[in-house]
Design a binder for this molecule. Structure first.
Ligand code: G3P
Length: 217
């Protein structure tokens, strides 16, 4: 499963890029606002840090303007994935951009039918928002499982990008559900490798090694 970072914080992105474990980045207007930085410059800088897909979201809601914004974002770098909302105009924009060979990430997906339309519109990625469905008392992960089944039924090429991920369990369950990618907040990344038994075991190894009085170098 590909792991994307869901943030526009350059310092954090630079630090985690060094792990070699990050396959791409997703941003959205709220994350850009939170960064307090210029949108276009931030996307350009992120594209310098990562070779994988970098999602940058349009701001408009009408087809003509979203198309123009999408073309401008796509021109920043070949690996920009233009994010459009799952609306009728957004789907129309997705199809037009996909026809031009632009990667499109259709976002704010909350149903299988929405995901079906995004695939038919030629989306490169579909972003079902797991956490926000959970917040409403629904089963967000079931949506990932259902989209996976539908996409496999018809061999759709659109990648399932689990989004609105809130914890390590979401990452685990998205992988079990067969998501192609998960986009995770930086704080969740630490959840993926940290375990108290690992720390405890390493402490014991270090103590026992010290007792041998030996050195490797
Ligand atoms: O990628 C979408 C993500 O940024 C939304 O997450 O926690 O605001 O639902 P959240």
């Amino acid at each position: 499963m590909k792991l994307f970072l869901d943030t526009a914080e350059i310092r954090v992105l630079r630090e985690l890029a060094e792990t070699g474990l990050i396959d791409g980045v997703t941003t959205n207007p709220s994350l850009i606002a939170k960064s307090g930085r210029d949108f276009l410059a931030t996307i350009a800088e992120i594209c310098e840090l990562f070779e994988g897909p970098v999602s940058a979201e349009v701001a408009a809601s009408d087809f003509e303007t979203m198309l123009k914004e999408g073309e401008k974002l796509a021109a920043i770098a070949d690996h920009v994935a233009v994010k459009v909302p799952l609306t009728r105009e957004g789907l129309r924009t997705c199809a037009a951009l996909a026809d031009k060979g632009v990667m499109v990430n259709v976002t704010l997906c909350f149903s299988v039918n929405q995901a079906l339309l995004a695939a038919k519109a030629g989306a490169s990625f579909i972003s079902p928002f797991v956490g926000r469905l959970d917040d409403q008392g629904a089963d967000g992960m079931q949506l990932i499982r259902d989209i996976r089944e539908v996409y496999d039924n018809y061999a759709f090429g659109t990648e399932v990008l689990a989004a609105s991920i809130r914890n390590g369990a979401h990452v685990r369950d998205a992988a079990l559900a067969g998501a192609d990618c998960a986009t995770i907040p930086p704080n969740v990344f630490a959840d993926l490798y940290q375990h108290p038994l690992t720390d405890k075991g390493l402490e014991i190894f270090a103590r026992d090694w010290a007792a041998t009085g030996q050195k490797i170098l």
